[in-house]
Unconditional design. Structure first.
Ligand code: AMP
Ligand code: MG
Length: 498
């Protein structure tokens, strides 16, 4: 009798050809370690749209094997998991070394559209960078990150993606005990501004150069042709950050914790925590309950984006070579931001041309919105229904204002401005609906889905994801998801606790 050898079961990520580009950097950039297994994991939800970016089929997404892999319980043989080191400025103060305290990089895979995607398990256990933390993420914050990553992508805003959430009954202590989860995040790279600051403030300029060369070769190869590629890198990251800030402002997105360790070197929205979408318009709104000074208030985001680019510039200075060249790379921020915001706001108002008095029209509009605490998303969406002649269609829009006469006066100016460029109601509405979302991830919607998920009903997470994947579509069957938040939502607070 001969013994039979069994072929080991294929790993669900096998056909994705896992590589470890980041792990090829010197070992000072990270600590290799295994994820801590998540007990009895279950799938909370998975994003087919994120999966398609790396060629994962829906069948693979639903498999038990993948569940185990995304829980960190079953490692791909080619994967050399690691936690990366970085530092950063937190709330404007140098915080020293931080690092992946609960995120573990599995490796990178080929992206369907070309390039590579890194796969990272957030909440996969303690690392040498966990400091006082437990290395876990709770289901609540994992659902928020998952939904918002995918919602931002659908809004056309650069962001890290979220492939899936895997939950567990294991508890972690926050303000109260909460169940834990792991989100699989994807981005071409998770390198942060703080990754550069780390080597600069540790006076290790050779290692700083290694990192900059890695980022340029992998993600900005076109900059190699520049006279000073490090200066070109800073200029390009500055440009992307300025554009990202304009996109956040135009959709009313507030990040909440714009520390330099949360700023992506690729200009992606990264590290979703106490974020929010503007509802009743208040430019000084602070979405993060922990941010008592309002450093990261809505109207501060653009200048903080600039401040963060300066922090990156400081760190890159030894490579760039001179203060003048560094300042030159940073100098276009305001103009880049202003031009992008102007372009986005014109599109939001359905304006095809630029006229000298447009700023006045916009300022007056924002002042009215603020005075009446008008819901940001509803206002722009309803504005698309305004008709050039006859105020009949204005009612739902007008009803958003306390001071209706003031709105009427503004609408008169707006109509005159539209007529100046021979705007047509039908085509303008179509164009406006394509850039003014009907559906955004309002805190109360996330909260409702979270509470149901905490009771093991994940259907609301699924439903919300499906709605948010098509934010510009009417979806009349889901109209209530576009309504004003209910009264109970007024007291909702989000903090850094996650
Ligand atoms: P964040 O505010 O989420 O960007 O996190 C800031 C730093 O704290 C990063 O180094 C995180 O990895 C770390 N951190 C946050 N929460 C935890 C946790 N529960 N366990 C370990 N580290 C954490
Ligand atoms: Mg972070």
């Amino acid at each position: 009798m001969t013994a039979q050898l069994k072929t080991p079961a294929a790993h669900p990520l096998d056909h994705l050809k896992i590589a470890n580009s980041f792990a090829e950097l010197p070992s000072s950039f990270y600590t290799r370690l295994m994820p801590t297994p998540l007990p009895a994991p279950y799938l909370v939800d998975a994003s087919a749209s994120a999966a398609s970016l790396i060629g994962l089929t829906p069948a693979a997404l639903a498999s038990q094997e993948l569940l185990e892999a995304l829980a960190g319980n079953r490692l791909h043989p080619n994967s050399t998991p690691l936690a990366a080191v970085y530092s950063g400025h937190q709330f404007g103060v140098w915080a020293g070394q931080l690092g992946d305290g609960r995120a573990i990089l599995l490796g990178d895979v080929e992206a369907a559209a070309g390039g590579r995607m890194e796969l990272q398990l957030k909440g996969a256990g303690a690392t040498p960078y966990s400091r006082m933390g437990d290395g876990r993420a709770v289901l609540r914050s994992s659902i928020r990150e998952y939904l918002c990553s995918e919602a931002m992508a659908a809004l056309g805003i650069p962001t890290s993606r979220a492939l899936a959430i895997v939950g567990s009954d294991q508890l972690a202590m926050r303000e109260r005990p909460e169940t834990t989860a792991v989100v699989t995040r994807m981005a071409p790279s998770f390198v942060r501004f703080g990754s550069f600051e780390h080597w600069y403030y540790n006076n290790q300029h050779d290692t700083l150069k290694t990192l900059a060369d890695y980022v340029i070769a992998g993600f900005y190869p076109e900059l190699l042709a520049a006279a000073n590629p490090y200066q070109a890198l800073l200029a390009e990251v500055t440009r992307r950050t300025a554009h990202l800030m304009a996109q956040w402002q135009a959709v009313g997105f507030m990040h909440g914790v714009m520390n330099t360790d949360n700023m992506s070197i690729l200009g992606l929205t990264l590290d979703y925590g106490p974020f929010g979408f503007m509802e009743a318009y208040d430019p000084s709104h602070i979405c993060n309950h922990t941010d008592q000074q309002g450093r990261y208030a809505y109207n501060k985001q653009p200048q903080i984006g600039h401040w963060n680019c300066f922090a990156l510039g400081q760190a890159l200075l030894p490579l760039i070579g001179s203060v003048e060249a560094t300042e030159a790379a940073l100098s276009s921020y305001q103009a880049q931001y202003g031009a992008k915001l102007d372009e986005l706001l014109h599109a939001k108002l359905g304006l095809a041309t630029h006229q000298p008095d447009d700023d006045k029209l916009l300022d007056a509009m924002f002042a009215l919105m603020q005075a009446s605490h008008v819901d940001f998303t509803l206002f722009f969406r309803r504005l698309g229904n305004l008709q050039l002649d006859g105020a009949g269609a204005d009612t739902p829009l007008r009803d958003l204002f306390i001071d209706r006469a003031a709105f009427d006066a503004w609408a008169l100016q707006y109509r005159a401005r539209l007529k100046l460029e021979n705007s047509r109601d039908d085509s303008r509405k179509l164009a406006m609906d394509d850039c003014n979302p009907k559906y955004v991830l309002r805190n109360y919607l996330a909260q409702t889905a979270i509470e149901q998920a905490q009771n093991k009903d994940f259907s609301e997470v699924r439903k919300l994801l499906e709605i948010l994947e098509n934010p510009f579509d009417e979806q009349p069957q889901h109209a209530k998801y576009a309504e004003l938040p209910p009264d109970w939502a007024r007291g909702l607070e989000v903090s850094c606790s996650s």
